[in-house]
Design a binder for this molecule. Structure first.
Ligand code: WT7
Length: 656
């Protein structure tokens, strides 16, 4: 049982602590705080020896010459001179063991009754075949492949096939629109797109191939499109360009040895929002990312051979890359992959899946947990969740209420919860509490993972004391870190390293503070990026989408606290004088944003206004808009505001 140390809670100072049970700790990989501290110390005092030991658990075609090359910060190299292959380590490595016929992926489709189990051998066979398909269609080492697919096994197969031949993939979340596809495909210069006719979402079909067709008119680099058949929605196949997945696979050989790749060979690009309009192509490479995701999966999820593990993320986000596919399969674990919505056809779909497969480790997002708790305690109670032994969260800070609900109604009061802080950029989990070793505290991510050296500093880089919040930085390079922004070393340097150039610290963009036990509490982004349901959206990107609509003169987008999504999107929109837009226009703008970016970016609130609050130099004062959107009084400095009536007017409208 969990031990509740104290029951007192007030807003900022959560003091409840939960220690893992003795049974849990006894069987865990790291069994006590002392053991964690010893390993952590070793990893910081002697990082190269520490990571070399971790890497040795995996297969290398050629051993590295140097663990860390830090000659030219911020361009770090890990396991330089080494050659390996992540597809090999996720698949072939297990085939010579009893795991060969162990389930690698258990797939559950959204429509009831559709399921598939791929053993390690079978997954290997499919991956080899598809790697041969890629080669036959002209994809070679180094070529970029865009993947735009629903959550079906073919998606994992496509990734592992790309990794096998050294063709970096760029997965684009299936919820993004054709316009978002264009930017991402062109930035990467992808020569192939892998997609499907459609995908299922809450019973409806999302027409993926149609979006690809719409995009490709503007993507000159794409020569081939492979289309998996999922929904049997009619699609148009372009002669000479489009190939059905199942037809291409029919005669493909299942022999395809994994290509030995340099440790720093690019593994994938994944686009994420930044504070400017243009998405950032985060580049991850092979060896360091492999070691980082392998090791964090092993220790944070405390993976045991007999575990069935389930991460509910979409593979289109980094969580799915690292913790549905790469890190989990590198450990030889069984990974569940679910295609659809959590409430289809009923709000207990997730709990049914846990019961059916006896899931032991479950990893999901705070936004989902808040939705579950709203749907009612009755839904989890209908299902047997007693197989669960460990829970995790990721994507945004979790509010203590949601944490407690998760702990009580899903974890049955007995499962440790690992709150994992990390980013697309970090590749792997950075801050969390190792479940058998450290107490958890609702709402706090916890302590650094091995080899990670975070700090909370002020603008000048001075460490702040425990009673203050500050900026979260990472003071040492780590294996799974991003290597650059694809094709833009300069922006990489600027965004992440210029703020603390002297010190060579990585700037996370998050605000945080530490409690007296050294636990890190992440407050959230301090740049113009908002976190909607655990996904980062650049406010600039949404603004550009809005102003591309003829009705809009100017737009400013800010986040505001949202019960379910963590943050909601609030757009202040000014229209040319003389226009009096109404509710219908709001809906039109919302649809327009969905078309330009995707439904996830749709503003929750649109407020029409004659003017936006600006400084004398013309900069929109978002801080003020954030206060208005949140219904707060403005506490900060307003002396730089040019026209005070604008602010007064916005407030008036608010009250009206
Ligand atoms: C941003 C990264 C990491 C995979 C999913 C999101 C926020 C993430 C936590 C957490 C508080 C968190 C941060 C971070 N975030 N996990 N456990 N507690 N905040 O990846 O889209 O790259 O977003 O998500 O603000 O910087 P991402």
């Amino acid at each position: 049982m969990y031990i509740v140390s104290t029951q007192i809670e007030h807003v900022l100072h959560e003091s409840r602590r939960f220690a893992p049970s003795e049974e849990f700790s006894k069987l865990a990989r790291v069994k006590s705080k002392a053991e964690y501290e010893a390993m952590y110390k070793e990893s910081i005092d002697n990082p190269e020896a520490f990571w070399a030991k971790a890497a040795e658990e995996l297969h290398w075609f050629k051993k590295w010459d140097r663990v860390l090359n830090d000659d030219k910060p911020p361009f770090y190299k890990w396991f330089e001179g080494g050659q390996t292959n992540l597809s090999y380590n996720c698949l072939d490595r297990h085939l010579t063991t009893w795991r060969k016929n162990k389930a690698a992926i258990i797939w559950e489709g959204e429509p009831y009754g559709q399921r598939q189990i791929l053993t390690y051998r079978e997954l290997h066979r499919q991956v080899c075949k598809f790697a041969n398909v890629l080669k036959a269609l002209g994809v070679s080492k180094g070529d970029r492949v865009a993947i735009y697919m629903p959550m079906i096994p073919d998606l994992a197969i496509a990734m592992l096939a790309c990794a096998r031949i050294g063709a970096p993939h760029s997965i684009i979340f299936g919820g993004f629109s054709a316009a978002a596809l264009v930017d991402r495909i062109n930035d990467a210069g992808a020569s192939m797109v892998i997609t499907a006719d459609g995908g299922y979402r809450r019973g409806a079909v999302v027409e993926l191939k149609k979006a690809v067709d719409e995009a490709l008119g503007k993507c000159p680099s794409v020569r081939k499109v492979v289309v998996a058949q999922r929904t049997h929605t009619p699609v148009q196949m372009v002669h000479g360009r489009d190939i059905w997945w199942h037809e291409a696979m029919e005669n493909a050989s299942d022999v395809c040895p994994a290509e030995p790749l340099d440790a720093e060979h690019p593994l994938y690009i994944l686009y994420t929002s930044g504070s400017t309009g243009k998405p950032k192509g985060i580049l991850h490479t092979t060896g360091g990312y492999m070691v980082g995701t392998y090791y964090t999966s092993k220790y944070v999820f405390d993976l045991r051979e007999e575990d069935t593990y389930w991460c509910t993320a979409d593979i289109g986000w980094v969580t799915g890359h690292s913790y549905i596919v790469y890190g989990i399969l590198a450990n030889g674990a069984t990974s569940i992959m679910y295609e659809g919505a959590p409430n289809f056809p009923t709000p207990d779909r997730f709990w049914q899946i846990i019961e059916r497969y006896h899931v032991n480790v479950f990893y999901t997002a705070p936004t989902a947990i808040r939705a579950f708790s709203r749907w009612g305690d009755g839904w989890p109670a209908r299902n047997d969740l007693s197989s669960l032994r460990l829970l995790g969260t990721v994507g945004e800070p979790i509010n203590p209420e949601a944490w407690m609900w998760y702990h009580t109604h899903i974890g049955g009061g007995r499962c440790p919860i690992v709150d994992t802080w990390w980013q697309t950029e970090t590749g792997a989990i950075m801050i969390t509490t190792l479940p058998g070793a450290n107490e958890t505290k609702p709402g706090s991510a916890g302590l650094p993972f091995f080899g990670i050296k975070p700090a909370i500093v002020d603008e000048d880089g001075k460490e702040v004391d425990n009673s203050h919040s500050g900026l979260l930085v990472v003071q040492k390079p780590w294996p799974a870190m991003l290597r650059t922004l694809y094709g833009d070393d300069e922006r990489y340097d600027e965004v992440y390293w210029s703020k603390y150039k002297k010190q060579n610290w990585y700037f996370t963009g998050d605000g945080a503070y530490q409690d007296k036990n050294g636990y890190y509490m992440i407050i959230g982004r301090i740049d113009d990026v908002i976190n909607v349901s655990g996904h980062r959206l650049g406010t600039m990107e949404i603004e550009s989408a809005l102003v591309s609509h003829p009705m809009v003169a100017e737009a400013a987008v800010v986040g505001y606290p949202h019960d379910l999504k963590g943050q909601g999107v609030c757009a202040f929109v000014s229209v040319p004088v003389g226009n009096t837009p109404g509710e219908k226009d709001k809906e039109a703008l919302r649809e327009h944003v969905a078309k330009e970016i995707g439904a996830i970016a749709k503003p929750d609130i649109i407020r029409f206004t004659d003017a936006l609050p600006k400084t004398r130099s013309g900069k929109i004062m978002r801080r003020l808009l954030r206060d208005i959107a949140a219904g707060r009084d403005t506490t900060g400095d307003t002396t730089t505001l040019e026209d005070f009536t604008v602010l007064a007017k916005l407030r008036e409208d608010q009250e009206a």
